[in-house]
Design a binder for this molecule. Structure first.
Ligand SMILES: NC(=O)c1ccc[n+]([C@@H]2O[C@H](COP(=O)([O-])OP(=O)(O)OC[C@H]3O[C@@H](n4cnc5c(N)ncnc54)[C@H](O)[C@@H]3O)[C@@H](O)[C@H]2O)c1
Length: 324
């Protein structure tokens, strides 16, 4: 199969490319390297079945030639990370809404199957668990910039479903919950790589807020398995599906767990949100997925235990962090 991976030089994208190439697919990538990196795909550059272009998905002509040549599109390119979105509010909305619209329009023009990456952020401020795909969504006001990420991804979901309903486009949306693993960067607000790097350097591990907010974390290999199953799943067309781990953990406990696995001497310190993100910041206190729909559609559920995922991610960073 020929697969176009937008955002393929990013964390999930580059791991997906590795897997697709290993199973014999042809893979094209478009990435503007805004949060991704050439390092992430350097191992693939000499492979004749791999091809990449450094450009933005907002370049419609470039996207058109790539879409024409592929069988399936996995659309991952997006402005990602709370910190990145808060620091780049306008361009993030443009990338996430206009970029996805271009991808969908071209997929429809050339009748190509497309999978759209969405996010657990779309659920907003729920306190109940587990979150099901048909739950209502609860957001804060537009002056709280963080919600623009959720809202822009939600528009992507609406647009995808509208293409399916009106044009019969073969499209599926997957909502990733916090994903972790090798190549994720801590630069844009992702908690696990940040904690691991702080722990490896024996620096204070900085927990934002009171640390009582909870999350689940999915190992990237599980996310890739789920995406690949969805590519082949006819019943997923026109659907929105969660991809997430089930082990709920508070961010304070996560810091303690990482500190223990690393064997670090770091102190764990609480930092008020305002100090990190400014005064109009709101967090989600809980985010746990239901995996029932993914399981029913594909027979697959994320399986890697959190400790194992953390150990593998720590191994990756251990080999890269410069200790001073
Ligand atoms: N990692 C997670 O925990 C998580 C959680 C929920 C949803 N997601 C979604 O999964 C997808 C991949 O996320 P990731 O974690 O790999 O993040 P990432 O930042 O590593 O990957 C995104 C990639 O898109 C590229 N990109 C951004 N704007 C672009 C543009 N205009 N043109 C071309 N390329 C562009 C970036 O350079 C980067 O390589 C995103 O759509 C994200 O919203 C990820």
């Amino acid at each position: 199969m020929k697969i176009l991976v937008t955002g393929g030089a990013g964390f999930i994208g580059s791991n997906l490319c590795d897997y697709l190439i290993s199973r014999g697919d042809y893979v094209s990538v478009i990435d503007n390297l805004s949060t991704g990196s050439l390092d992430n795909i350097s191992q693939l550059q000499d492979n004749p079945r791999f091809h990449y272009i450094i450009d933005t998905i907002l370049n419609r002509d470039r996207m058109e030639s790539l879409v024409q040549e592929c069988d399936v599109i996995v659309h991952l390119a997006a402005a990602v990370g709370v910190k990145y979105v808060i620091e780049n509010p306008l361009s993030s909305i443009e990338t996430n809404i206009c970029g996805t619209e271009i991808a969908l329009k071209l997929a429809n023009k050339y009748k190509k199957k497309i999978l759209i990456a969405s996010t657990s952020e779309v659920y907003g401020k729920h306190m109940h668990a587990p979150l099901r795909e048909d739950d209502n969504l609860i957001y804060g006001p537009p002056t709280t910039i963080r919600w623009s990420y959720a809202a822009s991804k939600l528009i992507d979901e609406f647009t995808a479903i509208a293409y399916h309903r009106t044009k019969k486009l073969k499209v599926a949306v997957f909502r990733c919950f916090n994903t972790i693993g090798p190549r994720q960067t801590g630069l844009y607000g992702m908690v696990v790589p940040r904690f691991i790097q702080q722990a490896l350097r024996d620096e204070p591990i900085t927990v934002f807020g009171d640390g009582k907010q909870t999350r689940t974390f999915t190992y990237v290999v599980d996310v890739i398995q789920a995406i690949c199953r969805l590519i082949g799943c006819k019943e997923a067309i026109g659907e929105v599906v969660n991809i997430g781990g089930t082990e709920e953990i508070s961010i304070l406990e996560l810091a303690e767990r990482i500190k223990a696995i690393v064997g670090s001497r770091s102190k764990i310190v609480l930092v008020p949100y305002e100090q990190v993100y400014g005064k109009d910041f709101e967090d989600m206190m809980r985010r746990v997925p239901s995996s029932q729909k993914l399981k029913a559609l594909t027979g697959f559920m994320p399986q890697t235990p959190l400790d194992e995922a953390l150990k593998k991610t720590i191994e990756y960073f251990r080999s890269r962090v410069t200790l001073t």
